[in-house]
Design a protein around this ligand. Structure first.
Ligand SMILES: *[C@@H]1O[C@H](CO)[C@@H](O)[C@H](O)[C@H]1NC(C)=O
Ligand SMILES: *[C@@H]1O[C@H](CO)[C@@H](O)[C@H](O)[C@H]1NC(C)=O
Ligand SMILES: *[C@@H]1O[C@H](CO)[C@@H](O)[C@H](O)[C@H]1NC(C)=O
Ligand SMILES: *[C@@H]1O[C@H](CO)[C@@H](O)[C@H](O)[C@H]1NC(C)=O
Length: 363
């Protein structure tokens, strides 16, 4: 089913006429700027310097620079997979009526700017943001089971493209107890739509597969330019000088009950798992920063960073497409998927060049 819908989308993408959205002062390709309503708990627009409220339920992320960004994390101590629909915004600075990330939480960040997206990869102690020690985490995006976003009412902006706060339609955040990665898709062309570049259905695969780049150990704070990655799960191949792409779709199984009342099991994808992304784009022009801190003594304001952390967790049931896990660890586990014969899937062919069947790299 994934492959069919991918093919359909690819064709629609080809057929789509070029249309653009005017946002603030700039013109963006179709599909980049969010035009819907703002989440109910969010301020109408991103706002710096809002009152500190560590019980806030606001869900507006701004991702502007290495020391001005926000993440989604649980409102109270809970596994990511149990709280995807109601995670809340935590920001490095007081802004957006959101919670403030306590100093000492973030231990490293790479902030990457590319022509198609902004991407942050970071390390930290996210037990300070209510994620239990050992939780493999999960994936958040503007779609979710109800089509209203995970979290519902979660919105994301950036001012990186043109200095204005632009609402971004397609984004994805992977977070677990000690690492995160987030991508905001800020541009598109007729090959790479924003939806493909922020493709959100590989939630078992982990940061390094879905958002390849230079992942540094804790202690590095850098702002870089970077080359554009292929969209998540895309593998190019060139046949007779024409480039086409095969795509990897995550494997899952399930059971449905048909009209006859009989439960029937189904499987999507096959059991071949790629060992990694096609390529890892390099960073350039990196500028390093000492650390990321706001100097706010949250304890003196009578608020404490919660997070206790005794429980380790494992969120991947291995079967349900709505459960997700593994912000960073997915790559390693995914590499073993073919061996287990049951974890992951298949290569669906998506020919972006009309009339040309792509050759799957993994068949
Ligand atoms: C807020 O998020 C919802 C759910 O993803 C989306 O439909 C809506 O367009 C977003 N609105 C803005 C202003 O970003
Ligand atoms: C903090 O946020 C909570 C949840 O949104 C809200 O009920 C409460 O009134 C806010 N507190 C302050 C002081 O604004
Ligand atoms: C879209 O951008 C990518 C990355 O720069 C490029 O490889 C591709 O050729 C572009 N597609 C078109 C139709 O310009
Ligand atoms: C997280 O999930 C694990 C495994 O299901 C469970 O044992 C643990 O109690 C959960 N932690 C919390 C805080 O809900």
């Amino acid at each position: 089913m994934f492959s069919l819908s991918l093919k359909l989308r690819a064709s629609l993408l080809l057929l789509a006429s070029v249309s653009c959205v005017h946002a603030a002062s700039s013109v963006f390709p179709a599909g980049v700027i969010a035009t819907g309503t703002q989440g109910v708990n969010n301020p109408p627009v991103p706002t710096l310097g809002t009152a500190i409220n560590q019980t806030s339920m606001a869900r507006l992320l701004s991702v502007n620079s290495i020391d001005d960004f926000c993440l989604f994390a649980p409102p109270t101590l809970a596994n990511i997979s149990d709280t995807e629909t109601f995670e809340v915004a935590w920001c490095t600075k007081p802004r957006n009526n959101a919670r403030v990330i306590p100093d000492g939480t973030i231990t490293g960040v790479s902030f990457l700017k590319t022509p198609f997206y902004v991407q942050l990869m970071g390390t930290g102690d996210f037990t300070k943001l209510n994620i239990p020690q050992g939780d493999f985490g999960g994936e958040l995006d503007p779609h979710g089971a109800y089509g209203a976003g995970n979290p519902v009412g979660g919105n994301v902006t950036t001012n990186v493209v043109d200095g204005e706060d632009e609402p971004i339609a397609e984004w994805m955040l992977y977070i677990d107890y000690n690492q995160f990665c987030i991508r905001l898709c800020t541009s598109a062309n007729s090959t790479y739509s924003a939806a493909f570049m922020c493709w959100h259905e590989l939630d078992e695969m982990g940061c390094e597969f879905v958002m390849p780049g230079t992942y540094n150990p804790p202690g590095t704070f850098e702002t870089c330019d970077a080359d554009v990655a292929y969209p998540p799960g895309w593998y190019p191949s060139v046949v007779n000088g024409v480039t086409s792409f095969s795509t990897f779709a995550q494997y899952f199984t399930g059971v449905y009950t048909g009209n006859d009342g009989q439960p029937t099991s189904y499987t999507v994808g096959d059991t071949v798992t790629p060992s990694g992304p096609y390529s890892t784009p390099s960073s350039s022009n990196c500028v390093t920063t000492g650390t990321v801190a706001n100097g706010i003594a949250l304890a003196s304001l009578g608020v404490t960073a919660s997070g206790s952390g005794a429980s380790a967790s494992r969120t991947s049931g291995g079967a349900s497409p709505t459960k997700s896990s593994g912000a960073l660890s997915g790559h390693g586990r995914a590499g073993g998927g073919g061996g287990s014969g049951a974890e992951y899937a298949g290569v669906a062919l998506v020919s972006l060049v009309v009339g040309l069947a792509a050759v799957g790299l993994f068949h």
